[in-house]
Design a protein around this ligand. Structure first.
Ligand SMILES: Cc1cc2nc3c(=O)[nH]c(=O)nc-3n(C[C@H](O)[C@H](O)[C@H](O)COP(=O)(O)OP(=O)(O)OC[C@H]3O[C@@H](n4cnc5c(N)ncnc54)[C@H](O)[C@@H]3O)c2cc1C
Length: 376
């Protein structure tokens, strides 16, 4: 933990703080404070991404050769912590954090040159087409057919729970290109243009009332075979690589910000305060684990990704519950818009966050993966 307070990093931290003070617009900060989901709408996240991009900081985790700032792991962590502290919105992860690393790893030089700059600038906004009505935890059961026809594949079927498909102009999708052998061995990974004829997007409302995800239908959709990432029938390896980036990451910086704003209130009765204090200790432990994961100490990336997903999302849900208790009736009485943001959105955030232990692979499945990786 002392790594975060190393005096050698003071100048770096000051530079980030000064930038955030000068460049994070108040309207973006206010919209982020009232967001009820980790998936922030692009009308809030993209303007902030463009500001960061102009500074060269839109993708702290990318290697410098592709446009990352070339920071060390600890500098990247400090950047995330300072952004959370300043109230900056999350950037959409589907492009920057999910598909970009697999394009870097599996993409041809043409695919890298075409897609990566457009992800960085926000020109392309991505959604993830993995789950289907009959394929969630058992993802390898997916059935969306991609049949070769001259230089194209022709796609028929549907994807479901597709976050922000109604905003996206691109989708990365797993499709079935063969029924031979094991189900995993007949899957390919495609990069699609959402404007292709035959794609339609139907909204699904969440428990919290948000329109965040969708069902996407494919009716004779032609996708050039050149848009495949990796080998035909080799998509399962690409997907597994991607899921490590989807699941891992930094939960503690945002959660510490939320918890500390609750703990700073002076109207909290002692039993509730003790519960908040206990979560503060949990978050210190989570932060220590995230720092170890970033440096790859003591475990594989996949093991850390699953462990952090379970710990981060379950801690978030406990903090959601405590936020509702702190808010009390204030959670329902924001008619004048004057209630502090964390209290005003406590209930919708609680409802929205029920999904956190399901998406990116449910926590039951993560526990199974952890057991297999640790016990063999
Ligand atoms: C808010 C949200 C956003 C999402 N966004 C996307 C997206 O953008 N793109 C995308 O492709 N998908 C997305 N998903 C889908 C998500 O990946 C799936 O919901 C998830 O993988 C679980 O699949 P399922 O919903 O079919 O549940 P099921 O697989 O039917 O599981 C139902 C329950 O059974 C349990 N279960 C299933 N199998 C086992 C087992 N072997 N052992 C123990 N327990 C088991 C599960 O843990 C769960 O509790 C999103 C989901 C949510 C909630």
């Amino acid at each position: 933990m002392d790594m975060l307070n190393d005096p050698a990093l003071t100048a770096f931290r000051e530079e980030i703080r000064a930038f955030l003070t000068a460049h994070l617009p108040g309207d973006i900060r206010r919209a982020a404070a009232r967001a009820t989901s980790v998936f922030i709408d692009p009308d809030v996240s993209l303007p902030w991404q463009r500001i960061l991009h102009a500074q060269g900081w839109a993708a702290p985790d990318w290697p410098a050769e592709f446009g990352g700032p070339g920071w060390s792991e600890i500098e990247r962590y400090i950047f995330a912590a300072e952004c959370a502290q300043a109230g900056a919105p999350n950037l959409a992860p589907m492009g920057l954090k999910m598909v970009a690393p697999v394009i870097m790893h599996y993409g041809s030089s043409e695919q890298r040159a075409h897609y990566l700059p457009r992800i960085l600038s926000g020109e392309d906004y991505w959604c993830q087409g993995f789950s289907e009505p009959g394929a969630g935890s058992d993802l390898a059961a997916l059935q969306l057919r991609a049949v070769p026809d001259s230089d194209d594949y022709v796609l028929n079927g549907s994807k479901i729970w597709t976050t922000h498909a109604h905003f996206a102009n691109r989708m990365f999708a797993l499709v079935r290109t063969s029924n031979e052998g094991k189900p995993q061995a007949g899957i390919s990974f495609l990069l699609l243009d959402m404007a292709t004829p035959g794609i339609s997007v139907e909204p699904i409302r969440t428990l919290a009332g948000d329109h965040e995800f969708n069902q996407v239908f494919f009716d004779d959709v032609r996708v050039p075979q050149a848009n495949r990432l990796g080998d035909e029938n080799g998509g399962w390896s690409v997907a597994k690589h991607l899921l490590t980036f989807e699941r891992g990451g930094k939960y503690a910086p945002t959660l510490i910000g939320r918890l500390e704003r609750l703990r700073a209130r002076d109207d909290i009765e002692p039993v509730l305060r003790a519960q908040l204090d206990r979560e503060a200790v949990t978050l210190k432990a989570l932060q220590a684990l995230e720092l170890k994961a970033m440096r790859g100490v003591g475990g594989s990336a996949a093991l850390y990704a699953s462990a952090l997903k379970v710990l981060g999302t379950e801690t978030a849900q406990r903090i959601d519950t405590l936020a509702c208790e702190v808010a009390g009736h204030a959670a329902w009485a924001d008619a004048d818009g004057q209630t502090p943001a964390d209290l005003a959105v406590a209930v919708p955030r609680y409802l929205n966050d029920r999904a956190a232990t399901i998406y990116a692979g449910s926590n039951e499945i993560q526990r199974d993966l952890i057991a297999r990786m640790m016990l063999g």
